[in-house]
Ligand binder design. Structure first.
Ligand SMILES: [Zn+2]
Ligand SMILES: [Zn+2]
Length: 417
């Protein structure tokens, strides 16, 4: 007898998601800022513990946690969800809207909202974990569920890796993750290659020698130095990067001096850059450093410049072979799967969990906008609030169902008996 299709198999194993709708509302009502996801991670750990089969480790790279379910011989698959919320005052008016405030890293009280859908990601991963436990006779291998802190500031995945993640758990063969997006609920999309751009920011401090505005020969003027740097940096994208590769470089801030007749002793530049390929990103970083150091030398700067990275999101690159296997499963299960969804310039740190060990990974995007609202907006041209908006309001179903099925399918594609 032929094997049942993965889709049929999943249909027989599907859960009633009603209890998970309550889990979602609870997460949504109680958001926590990046690096402060304490009670969220405790709830996740308690939920995983109820499933009885997961070996759980907490507080990895902050409040990160993993659950490992060894279910016989076979490959190891890691599924990732992120946990943090944003300093946004929720204006959705939903019955389960957040009114939470908490102190941010600078000690300032901020309103907090799950405005990026990480509450949905956690809920889908918990429900997928329960589904896969229920279906454990149908597959063999190791399932890792990973709940990551601090995605919004781009530090959580690296923090977990730096906290020896892969000596605490088996190194996976495949890594998968997903994100809700401003797309029609029920739809799902992925693509081979780059699906999300890399984003980096850094502060650069360059040093001069201060003095009187009338005596420039006794000084090293950091304003002139910084001005040369700003102009010269513009030649990186136009002269050094392959024109067919995505690269953007912006000097978003430039500060030096307090008044007209004093030459300052330093200048600070804030630089933001985007790229789609890891090699392009490396080229941008090397070129920025080379130009800044050379301009400092050219000006006779008394001290080397200081580079302080402030934000880092790597590109999210889907492994082509893996993406096509996942796409085949999604295509046969979902009515509206787009295997060539457009790349987005939104950024994620998900891929760090894979690139740190050269593991192939695939990331996909799921729709979360109420189909009726979506269709009306399509005809009226009205803007629907998306991720990070105070009005971002994912419709619970079919958003959750699609997210749970996608995670389960990605595991079953590789671990099915
Ligand atoms: Zn976000
Ligand atoms: Zn997000």
């Amino acid at each position: 007898m032929a094997k049942a299709s993965l889709s049929d198999l999943l249909r027989t194993g599907s859960l009633d998601l009603a209890p998970y709708e309550d889990v979602y509302k609870d997460f949504h009502l109680h958001p926590e800022l990046s690096r402060q996801e304490k009670s969220t991670s405790e709830k996740v750990a308690a939920h995983l513990a109820q499933l009885k089969v997961f070996d759980i480790q907490i507080n990895i790279g902050g409040y990160g946690l993993v659950g490992v379910f060894k279910n016989g011989p076979g490959k190891t698959v890691l599924l990732r969800a992120d946990m943090d919320a944003l300093p946004v005052k929720e204006l959705t008016g939903l019955p389960y809207a957040s009114s939470v405030t908490m102190r941010d890293a600078d000690g300032i009280e901020k309103p907090v909202m799950h405005a990026c859908g990480h509450d949905m990601h956690m809920t889908c991963l918990l429900a997928a974990a329960e589904t896969l436990v229920k279906m454990q006779d149908a597959w063999s291998g190791t399932l890792i569920t990973l709940f990551q802190p601090d995605e919004e500031r781009g530090g959580g995945a690296q923090a977990m890796v730096d906290d020896d993640l892969y000596s605490k758990i088996p190194v996976p063969d495949y890594v998968f993750g997903q994100h809700v997006m401003r797309m029609r609920a029920g739809t799902i999309g992925s693509r081979p290659g780059t699906i999300m751009a890399a984003a980096d920011s850094m502060k650069i401090t360059v040093f001069g020698r201060g003095g009187h505005g009338s005596q420039p020969h006794q000084t090293v003027d950091p304003v002139l130095l910084a001005a040369h740097i700003v102009v010269r940096l513009q030649s990186i994208v136009s002269r050094e990067i392959d024109p067919s590769d995505l690269a953007v470089l912006t000097v978003g801030s430039l500060q030096a001096g307090q008044t007209e007749n004093i030459i300052a002793d330093r200048a600070e530049l804030g630089v933001d850059f985007r790229s789609a390929k890891l090699e392009t990103r490396e080229k941008l970083i090397l070129a920025i450093k080379r130009i800044v150091e050379a301009e400092c030398a050219a000006s006779g700067s008394p001290k080397p410049p200081v580079f302080t990275p402030t934000r880092r999101f790597p590109p999210t690159n889907n492994d082509s072979d893996l993406a096509s296997l996942v796409a085949a499963s999604f295509e046969s299960h979902f009515d509206s799967f787009d295997a060539d969804t457009p790349r987005t310039n939104v950024s994620e740190d998900f891929s760090t969990l894979a690139t740190c060990r050269n593991i192939p990974s695939v990331f996909w995007l799921t729709g979360c906008i109420d189909p009726e609202i979506w269709d009306n907006a399509q005809s009226s041209g009205e803007e629907i609030p998306g991720n990070h908006s105070a009005l971002f309001a994912p419709v619970i179903q079919p958003t959750m169902k699609v997210g749970v099925d996608a995670l389960c399918l990605s595991v079953l594609t590789f671990l099915r008996k």
